[in-house]
Ligand binder design. Structure first.
Ligand code: IYR
Length: 220
């Protein structure tokens, strides 16, 4: 079988341009914070389309692109999702999570209440596609968790780049999302992300990122 290849073109930067571009991008990304209090200020759906297109540029196992991004703006659906998420989180916070886990979360001030699901203009629920059904036949996807994780990272970067914020919310177990959104059997909920503007005067925990020498090991 013939497989077509086409020339790859990427603009090469000078050494100086590269240093500046990488430093500028780091500065920009270092401003990103997870936000838990959202404003209901509307966001143009075309911005959401662009950030999802960006996420879908992620590499994936055998280029299967094993993801579906569900965008919820309906008040009724958001309320349904919030109620189901809070039901699970109540159980999590009152026993399903270990004492140590709850202690680790203390600095973030999280609890079972998830008002942001109602308030943010959009909720993106990312589903991973465990397999594909093509003409009634099951076809494999590969490295599904890795692929969808990478796409979510790119989604988060795109959201920040658009001057918006998000939160990686993982209500657990999250199978209620497939039910509420009527997803097919091959899809599993992966991450729930409110997208919008932060509420006025929102505060975020005063946390520090690890220094480079704690995260990078160079082998010469
Ligand atoms: N899923 C819960 C608990 C939670 C867990 C971790 I790890 C966090 O970093 C934050 C929260 C919740 O969303 O509240």
């Amino acid at each position: 079988m013939e497989h077509k290849f086409i020339p790859y073109q990427q603009k090469e930067l000078t050494a100086d341009e590269q240093l500046k571009a990488s430093a500028d991008f780091y500065e920009q990304m270092d401003q990103r914070r997870s936000v838990r209090e959202f404003s209901d200020k509307p966001v143009d759906i075309r911005v959401i389309e662009n950030i999802i297109k960006t996420a879908s540029t992620a590499p994936s196992g055998a280029h299967k692109q094993p993801w579906t991004f569900c965008v919820v703006s309906s008040k009724e659906l958001k309320a349904k999702i919030r109620a189901a998420a809070e039901e699970e989180e109540k159980v999590n916070y009152s026993g399903r999570m270990s004492e140590r886990w709850l202690e680790d979360l203390e600095p973030f001030g999280t609890n079972w209440e998830k008002p942001f699901i109602d308030i943010a203009p959009y909720i993106i629920i990312v589903f991973k596609r465990a397999y594909e059904l093509i003409d009634g036949e099951k076809r494999n996807n590969y490295y599904v968790g890795e692929s969808v994780g990478i796409a979510c990272g790119m989604l988060i970067a795109a959201i920040h780049n658009a001057g918006l914020c998000t939160l990686t919310h993982t209500p657990s177990p999250m199978n209620f999302l497939a039910k509420v959104l009527n997803r097919p059997d091959n899809e599993r909920a992966f991450l729930l992300m409110p997208v919008g503007y932060p509420e006025t005067n929102t505060q975020v925990p005063d946390i520090k990122r690890k220094e480079l020498d704690e995260i990078m090991v160079v082998y010469k």
